[in-house]
Design a protein around this ligand. Sequence first.
Ligand SMILES: [Mg+2]
Length: 120
Amino acid sequence: MAKKVLIVDDQLGIRVLLQEVLSQEGYETFAAANGQEALAVAVRERPDLVLLDMKIPGMDGLEILRCIRKADAAAKVIMMTAYGELDLIQEAMELGAIAYFTKPFDIDELRMAVHAQLMS
Ligand SMILES: [Mg+2]
């Protein structure tokens, strides 16, 4: 069965890009634009991996991360951040995020990181 990847970002362009690239890799992808949508998908689909934007209006990435880990402790979470958000990144890693990418990221690096995490 295809591994499930949930993409959470308020920017449509990022959601579309990541869904396209990761679908081509054979993953089943889901996208959410905000925390509420993200949690609904996390509970319903139990994604193997979540790509989670840090800066999202309303519930921010850290809050979403906390809720996702409560709802689905097994989900692997990779954060997507802006340059210079070291405090937030540190906090995310303490909350169990396994990696982070700084925007603008190299799509191939991200694709390979997702692959590596889903192999193990
Ligand atoms: Mg954002």
